[in-house]
Structures are given as C-alpha cells and as structure tokens.
Design a protein around this ligand. Structure first.
Ligand code: NAD
Length: 790
C-alpha cells in the first residue's frame, strides 16, 4: 500500500461539536411556561404540553406548552395592544430594534446552531454556516427597510397584526423570514413554530427580551394544527403568512376566504435540476449533493427531479453514485456529517413509503452500501432511475433524501419536463453556455432559478413560488410588500346582482336593436347555450341583448387565452404600441361610447364623456408603463447577480364592476395586458354593452387573437367558473362580498392568485385607481441567480 492508498483508506475520525451550553440551556428552562405572550412567559391555558425529541436518538428533549384558542386570543390581544405604538414609532427606532436582534443573535450564534441541530437533526455544518448566518442577515437587512419605508414604499403602511405559521425544516430561518419584514413594516406578530422544532424560537424570544423589543410586538406561541387554525381564524389578525405544505396551504386559503385577511403562502415544491450536455459535470454533481441532500432533502426547493440530457446521462449517474457512496451519514453534531436523521419517525415512515411506492411503479431505487447509525430516524441517500413522468417520485414532494432521475433529448423537452408539475418553486439549470441557461430560465414555471448553482438565498432577493407552491414572496423589496397595504380609493359597497325584470320595450331615440355575441380568440362567437341577456337602459327600456355566457364559454375563452403566445412573448415596446393604438381607436369613437354610457347608466352627458376620456387616458398610462415597470438586478453578498425579472402571471380572469362600467373594466384589463397577461374578462352584468361595443375597437387595434376575451353573463356564476378553472393563473374580482369570498374559497385547485375588492368597488376615476399597485398584481417576480467568476 503506498501513501496515496493509505490516505484514501483512512476513515474520518469523529469531530463532535460541543453541546454542553445547549444542554445547560435545556436544563435551566421551564418549558411548561414556553408561551411568549405580551413579553411574559406563560403556561398554556389548557395546561397541556407536547413533547419534542431528538431525531438522532429519539430521546425526549422537552415537554413544551401546547397553546389552545384561549392562548392565541391572549397573544393576538397583546399584539393588538402593542400595535399603535409600534406602528407609529419612527423607522429609525424600529431599525434599531431589528439591528439589536441581529447583533444579539450573533452573540449567541453557536448556541442557536447547536440547538437547531439537536432539535431538527440537521448537520451542524449547515445550521452553523447557513441557517443561522442567513437568519441574522435577514434581521440586519430588514433594519434598513424599516428606515427606508417612506422612501421606498410611499403611500403604504403596515397591515397590522400578523399571524405567522412556520414549518420544522428551517425553524430559525423561517422565523427570521417571517418576523423581520413584519417588524420593519410596523406590524406586530403572533408566530407559531412547528411542533417538531420549538426550541430555537424559544431562544429567539429570549433574544427579543434582551434586544429591547417592546412587549407584545413579538408573541411566540407553541403548538400544533389546533393552535395554527386558531391563528388563521382569529378575527383580530389582518394578515396570515404561512410556510408549510400545499395541503395545509389550501386549507388556510379556504379558511381565510372572504375575511379580507391578506395572505401569503410559501408551500411545497418538486424542483427540477436540469443538466445539459455541455455542463461541467463535476460541478453539477456537487450542486446536486447540495440540491437534494442538503438538510436530508427536507427542503421546499430541493432539486428532487434530476433532468439530464440523454448523451451524458450514464456518465453523470455514475459520478453521482460515486459521490453518494462518500456521503457521510451520522450524528448531526459531528462536523463531518453530510446527512443527519430525518426530523421524526413519521417523516421517516412517509419517505420509506414513497420510495417503496415509487419502486412499485417501476423506478429503480439505488442506495450506497453504507451502515446507518443504530438509533435515530436515518434514511440513506437514494437515487431513483427509470422514473416515468407519472411516477409518484416524479410528482409528489418526498421531503427526504430521494432523487428522481429522468432524461431529455433537447431544450424544449427539458423545459416541458421541468414544467410538468403542479408546483413551481425553484429550478436549477446547468450549462457552460450562459446564453442557453438564460434562454431556459424565463421559460421555467418557478419563482427562483439558479444557473450553475443551487440553494442560493439572500435577504435582499425574493423567494417564493408559482402555482401550488403558493403565492407571495419573502425577502427583499417584494417581501416587504407582503406586510404593507397601499391606500386604494374605495368606492361603494357592491350589492349582489339582482335579476332585473326583462325590459321588453325598445329604447326610444334612434337606438338600433343589436344582439352582441361573446368575444373569444379574436372572434365574435355565439354563446354555447344560445341564450341571451336583455340589457336595460337607465329608463328601464330595452337597450339590446348580449350573450349569456356559461361554463363552456369560459372554458373556450381560457383555452384561447392560454393558446395566445403572441402577447406574452411580444416585447414590452410592442405591447405598449398596441395599448396606445387601443387608446387611439377608442378616442375615435369617444362620442359614441359617451352616448352609450349616458343611455345605459343615466350619467349626465358630461360625466359620460369624462368617463370615456379617463378610460382613454388610462390606456395611455399603461401603454406608457408597459416598458417601464421593470425588474431589478440584486447584488447579494456572493459572487452572483440576481435578476429579479417581472413575468406575467399568465391567464388572468377579470370580473369587472358595474360602477364606471367602461373605466372600471379598462382600469383592470389594461394593466394586466401591459404586463403580458392574457385576459378573460367578465364585464359588468348590468352594463355589458360597453364591453361588447369594444369588440370593434379591439379588432382594429392589432391585439393578437386570444389576448383579450370577453364573456358576458351573470357575474356570480362566471366568477365561480373562473375561480375553479385550473388553467386560470390569476383572478381579479370586483363584485359583491359573497361572490368575492366564494371566488377566493374556490380558487384552491391551483392556488391561483386572487385579488378581490371584498365587496367594495374602487373610485375608478381617482388617480390612485391606477399605477404600480395594479401592475404589481399583474406580475410574478422571478429571481434568476447567475454566478460569475471561475
Ligand atoms: P405542515 O403544512 O404540516 O405544517 C406547517 C405548519 O402549519 C406547522 O407549524 C403546523 O403546526 C401548522 N399547521 C398544520 N395544520 C394546520 C392547520 N390546519 N391550520 C393552521 N396551521 C396548521 O408542513 P410541515 O410538514 O411542517 O413542513 C413541510 C412543508 O413545508 C413542505 O411541504 C415544504 O415544502 C414546505 N416549506 C415551504 C417553504 C417555502 O418557502 N416555500 C419553506 C420551507 C418549507
């Protein structure tokens, strides 16, 4: 045996991290009084506790107070009591508190890391080098936002009391992602950690005491789903921020529907790790280790689907297997450990069950020949090959150290496979050709894309998903918006539409009888049911008839909107020109539209003309903004730039109000179009002729077929169809409160982004009923990380 052979044969010796400080902290604490409410430590009102144990051994760590609805109520009261003073305090004073939290955490960095590894099972290298430093950076970064609030978010204020619910996979980091922006925005919080991992949040509450956080500003309650549900349903809370599974996310979407609570959901994922044949394979393998085996694969954005180009598949898989054989599975407190235990026995059973089912469905599951520690919830890293796109391992979030592999032939197929999932959280693209990577990134349905890298995070760069991975962003500017509300000029309460007595008599004057059709895919088409809806003038006479749209018509309209590629792919300048052209053509018929408004709504001729002029002006505004509401470039503390791209949401359903029937419709449709969305609009039920009169204007204005579709009919019914339709990505509803609430509740199929007026109209004539607040709802921010340097 030569020296090199000996070197390779050498075993790693143990390199344990000391745990005495953490054990002393555990021994000294009374976990029966673990609820941090109004600055005091309290026992649960019901006297209950739950157990948290150590995943590496199964040993009990603590019995922790288990909050019930009464405790949540007390926490919300404490947060509400603290709110006026905190929200009125200066940005500078809030910044000082956030900074003090960050600094105090820095002083206890090691204790946080060790406790996190003991409670969650994650390797100490990760908690020490990633979780804790990122959490600290989050607080210090957000100190700056507290002070920059007036400058960067004019006209915005904090939403109020916020309920926050987090999972167990990054207990401290998720807490930081939640609490830091909320405090910066002037909100007070009630946060519930996951029941598997309560410890670092308790230590964090102690830090809040030391850092001078005013009593009641941060309340931390411990417990499980019951406590979570009590937060979600509490009427004293103005916003819910949830991170966890898509399943619970849907329950929360439904529970908050119609309540007016602001909501952000950071949910699960099934992210693609795409390796093109020109990639640096050794780097890709290291990326993959981080992508799927980081935190035992219990990562929302884990690269759990390896998509590899056919020509290099065998070579890459061989390298991956070799690397897997060298991953060290063991104690989370050993500094050499790559893979620790899963968080709990239930999670281990779930992962084993999914692997067995994947194998039953035809996947070949390979594991390195390594021994597992004799106790604890360990699972070997697992590579599944021969995975069909429908295999459970390709579709379900395993949340464990399991990688599913598939191959692709060309770029189009790679993109198609990557997007073949109901999730849309993250993706990783590996190619030495940056042109190719940046060509692929915008086509991936994912909120974050890493080029030649993975799992890069920073407080200044937004993180969050598309589709069933949830909505809203955490981090950076877009994350701040989640805790702020803009002043929109409220209009009247919208009453449910009443089916009016059908006007039989022809209107007087020179009106010509017309029966307007629907406008779908660039054509005027008859409604599927062949029924129509009579439209009355202000005087109750018959003004005309419009098609009575149905489920089938909405379906056709959504298909047309989805099929229209010319609009989302057009340049912003191109979209701007078309919107200008729409304005020009509407202005050519302004007198006719004003007369129509006057006839239908009874508005005075001057008021009617003003509404038309304002509609033209609004089209002009969005034409101008189409190429100006752009993304940003972030420079995170890494050798990378992050491109925060603005992308259209996709197919957006718009349910327009009766108030200002022309201006209201245009105020909603124009910003959606400006950002490249395609639209299915349901115009005012009472005054649909204003929308049907627009068909010709649209036809003359070079709008590509399918970019705007208009379905007239009953608002409540059509809003419901749009809400349930899984190919609609966004839905804006200005209708009565019941219709708005139902639209939110029924949107859970694909977790579409719903913006509802909660039963209120807006004052559409106000300048504040236009601009960034609308454009922001028309986009998704995709963060593309591009590293540089050799
Ligand atoms: P989970 O949904 O079971 O639980 C999350 C939290 O919700 C816990 O605190 C739990 O007590 C609480 N909860 C459970 N039922 C509830 C209910 N009915 N009402 C209110 N609260 C309820 O998820 P988990 O197993 O703890 O975490 C894993 C999931 O989190 C994965 O799907 C993962 O992808 C996701 N996650 C997402 C992100 C992200 O940023 N997108 C980050 C981390 C984890």
């Amino acid at each position: 045996m030569n020296i090199l052979d000996r070197y390779h044969a050498m075993e790693y010796g143990p390199a344990p991290e000391a745990r005495n400080e953490a054990d002393a902290w555990l021994a000294a604490r009374d976990f029966g009084k673990a609820l941090f409410i109004g600055g005091d430590w309290k026992a649960a009102a019901g006297g209950k506790t739950f157990e948290t144990s150590e995943p590496s051994s199964g040993k009990l760590l603590a019995k922790v107070s288990d909050a019930n609805a009464a405790d949540i109520d007390a926490a919300v009261s404490a947060a509400a009591k603290a709110l006026p003073k905190w929200s009125a305090s200066s940005g500078y004073s809030r910044a000082k508190v956030l900074y003090a939290i960050g600094r105090a955490m820095q002083r206890h960095q090691r204790l946080f890391a060790v406790l996190e590894s003991i409670d969650n099972g994650k390797p100490i290298r990760e908690s020490r080098d990633i979780d804790v430093p990122l959490a600290i950076r989050h607080f210090i970064h957000h100190a700056g936002w507290a002070q920059a609030l007036d400058r960067d978010f004019p006209g915005h204020k904090g939403v109020g009391v916020v309920g926050q619910i987090i999972p167990w996979n990054f207990p401290l980091l998720m807490l930081a992602w939640k609490i830091a922006p909320a405090l910066a925005a002037g909100c007070t919080v009630v946060l519930k950690p996951a029941e598997f991992t309560p410890l670092t949040a308790i230590l964090f509450a102690e830090i809040c005491e030391r850092a001078g956080v005013p009593k009641g500003v941060v309340n931390i309650v411990q417990g499980g789903p019951e406590a979570g549900a009590a937060i979600v349903n509490h009427p004293g809370i103005q916003k819910i921020a949830f991170t966890g599974s898509s399943e619970v996310g849907k329950i929360i979407r439904k529970a908050t529907a119609g309540s007016g609570k602001k909501l952000s959901l950071e949910l699960g994922g099934k992210s693609a790790f795409i390796v093109f044949e020109d990639a640096d394979l050794d780097s890709a393998v290291e990326g993959l280790v981080d992508g799927i085996w980081f935190n035992q694969g219990q990562v929302c954005c884990a690269g759990s689907r390896l998509l590899v180009q056919e020509g290099i598949a065998d070579a890459l898989i061989a390298k991956v297997k070799t690397r897997m054989s060298r991953l060290r599975v063991g104690s989370p407190l050993d500094k050499n450990t790559d893979i620790g235990p899963l968080v709990d026995a239930t999670q281990l059973d779930r992962v084993k069950g999914l692997v067995a089912e994947g194998a039953r469905q035809g996947a070949v599951c390979w594991q390195p020949d390594a021994a597992l520690p004799s106790s604890g919830y360990y699972h070997l890293p697992t590579l599944a090959t021969g995975v069909s796109p429908a295999n459970i391992l390709a579709q379900e979030e395993v949340f464990g150290p399991v990688l599913a592999t598939m191959t692709f032939r060309n770029t189009e197929e790679a993109i198609e496979l990557a997007n073949n999932t109901r999730y849309g959280l993250a993706a990783s693209v590996w190619s030495e050709n940056v042109n190719l990577a940046l060509h692929v990134a915008p086509q991936l349905k994912a909120g974050v894309v890493w080029v030649n890298g993975t799992n890069m995070f920073d407080a200044a760069c937004g993180f969050g998903g598309y589709r069933e991975s949830g909505f809203g962003r955490e981090g950076g500017r877009e994350g701040m918006f989640e805790y702020l509300s803009a002043k929109l000029p409220l209009g009247p309460v919208i009453k449910p539409a009443t089916v009016l007595a059908q006007p039989a008599e022809q209107s007087d004057g020179d009106a010509i009888d017309r029966t307007a059709k629907l406008f779908i895919g660039g054509k005027q088409v008859r409604p599927d049911g062949n029924y129509s809806l009579a439209v009355a003038t202000a005087k109750g006479k018959l003004a005309g008839e419009v098609g009575l749209g149905s489920r089938k018509d909405i379906r056709d309209a959504v298909s047309a909107a989805r099929a229209c590629k010319a609009w989302p792919e057009a340049t912003a300048y191109n979209r701007s020109q078309v919107l200008y052209y729409l304005a020009e053509n509407l202005s050519g018929r302004a007198a006719e539209f004003a007369a129509r408004l006057n006839e239908l709504t009874g508005a005075t001729p001057k008021a009617a003309r003003d509404e038309v002029d304002q509609s033209i002006e609004r089209l002009f505004l969005y034409a101008g903004l189409a190429d100006k509401f752009e993304g940003r470039v972030h420079q995170p503390p890494a050798r990378a730039v992050t491109l925060a791209l603005h992308e259209p949401v996709g197919v957006v359903g718009i349910v327009a109000p009766d108030a200002s029937p022309l201006l209201g419709l245009i105020s909603l449709v124009a910003p959606a179009l400006a950002m490249g969305n395609t639209v299915v609009a349901v115009p005012s039920e009472r005054y649909p002729l204003l929308a049907t009169d627009l068909y010709q204007v649209i036809e003359y204005s070079d709008v590509p077929a399918g970019a705007i579709n208009i379905v007239t009919g009953r608002t409540a019914e059509l809003a419901g169809v749009l809400a349930k339709h899984d190919d609609v990505d966004g839905l804006w509803v200005f209708a009565d409160a019941d219709t708005c609430g139902k639209a939110e509740a029924e949107s859970i199929g694909n977790l579409k982004r719903v913006w509802s007026g909660n039963g209120r109209s807006l004052d559409w004539a106000s300048d504040e009923a236009a601009g960034d607040a609308f454009l922001r709802r028309a986009i998704e921010v995709k963060n593309v990380w591009v590293p540089y340097g050799d």
